[in-house]
Write a protein that binds this ligand. Structure first.
Ligand code: NAD
Length: 315
């Protein structure tokens, strides 16, 4: 049976393989959705400055702790440094803002959200800054990474990592990191399995978290290619595997990942789906079923800043 946690290096902290995503959860629902997610058994909450709802997500966490559903120590909270705060003097400011918004004394994992540095936007001007006017202000990754390491030294962050980094950028960070990145957070679903990058990152001791596990589902409203693609929930090979196990396609996709020790962070505001997405540890896919899903890769990337920000980080 698959363990429900993995041990992160270098700090030896346990990270749940199942987490809950908070991107696009409207502010007015975020507190109750996060509370319900914790009530349904989720112990990892994936947050970010950029999601614009950290205050409300923090309220949901607080409610769950106050009602005795969990202790802070039983939760694993992730957040991410936004692109406008890569300069060394902005990293601690941005982190403290996230910590304050979430209402926490520490977070378990802080990630560089993208290997993209945009011009600084003061909090008073706009928070979260979003992609702003896309004005780039290049900062070497080693500067940002050293500032992330300094956060670990304060004890307010237990692990640091990177998101949307390629193998070459990981090699760069690994060449000078005094505190190694514990986690690589990247888009992973059957249409984009990112296998070469994941194999490399795992070989370097990083734990992988896959995001947007349901592929096009979360992008249909604003991405034409996603809207035209066959939804994974209707995909024939996945449906067949799901029927065989008397599970849903969503559960099969999540199971495919956790069985390979890749952490998942599905998002749903619907409590039935929330519970369904959490029920992935009681069945096992055969190696031929794993191979079938691995063979579905069509290199279909949905979250590509080349498309919406004209910054081709994967070129
Ligand atoms: P997702 O892949 O979890 O899909 C969400 C969509 O699937 C929603 O439309 C939801 O209603 C639907 N859905 C969820 N469960 C379902 C089920 N059981 N049956 C049918 N439909 C179901 O979407 P996501 O939000 O893109 O990704 C998850 C999380 O990953 C985000 O919330 C965020 O926390 C994180 N993320 C990180 C980055 C990054 O750059 N690091 C980028 C995107 C997302």
């Amino acid at each position: 049976m698959t363990s429900k946690t993995v041990t992160l290096q270098p700090g030896n902290h346990e990270m749940p393989l199942l987490g809950f995503g908070t991107w696009k959860i409207p502010k007015d629902q975020a507190a109750s959705v996060v509370f319900k997610a914790i009530e349904s058994g989720y112990r990892l909450i994936d947050c970010a400055c950029d999601y614009g709802n950290e205050v409300e997500v923090g309220q949901g966490i607080k409610m769950a702790i106050e009602k005795g559903i969990v202790t802070r120590e039983e939760l694993f909270i992730t957040s991410k440094l936004w692109n406008t705060y890569h300069h060394k003097e902005h990293v601690p400011m941005a982190f403290e803002r996230t910590l304050k918004d979430l209402g926490l004394e520490y977070i378990d994992l802080y990630l560089i959200h993208f290997p993209i540095s945009l011009k600084y936007v003061p909090f008073e001007t706009r928070y979260p800054p979003e992609w702003g006017n896309m004005e780039q202000d290049p900062v070497p990754v080693h500067e940002t990474w050293a500032a992330m390491e300094a956060l670990v030294a304060t004890g307010k962050v237990r692990n640091i990592g990177v998101s949307n980094f390629s193998a070459i950028l990981l090699m760069d960070v690994l060449s000078y990191a005094k505190v190694k990145p514990a986690v690589l957070h990247v888009e992973v679903h059957p249409y984009l399995n990112n296998s070469a990058l994941i194999k490399f990152a795992k070989s370097q001791g990083l734990q992988i978290t896959g995001y947007s596990n349901f592929g096009p589902a979360s992008y249909v409203a604003f991405n034409d290619a996603a809207a035209k693609a066959t939804p994974l929930f209707e995909e024939e090979r996945l449906s067949k595997i799901a029927a065989h196990h008397k599970k849903t396609v969503a559960q099969v996709i999540l199971r495919w990942l956790v069985q390979d020790k890749i952490a998942v962070i599905p998002k749903s505001a619907d409590t039935t789906r929330m519970a369904q997405n959490a029920d992935i540890f009681g069945f096992e896919l055969s190696s031929s079923e794993m191979d079938t899903i691995n063979s579905m890769d069509i290199n279909f990337r949905l979250n590509d800043p080349a498309v919406y920000a004209n910054i081709p980080i994967y070129a």
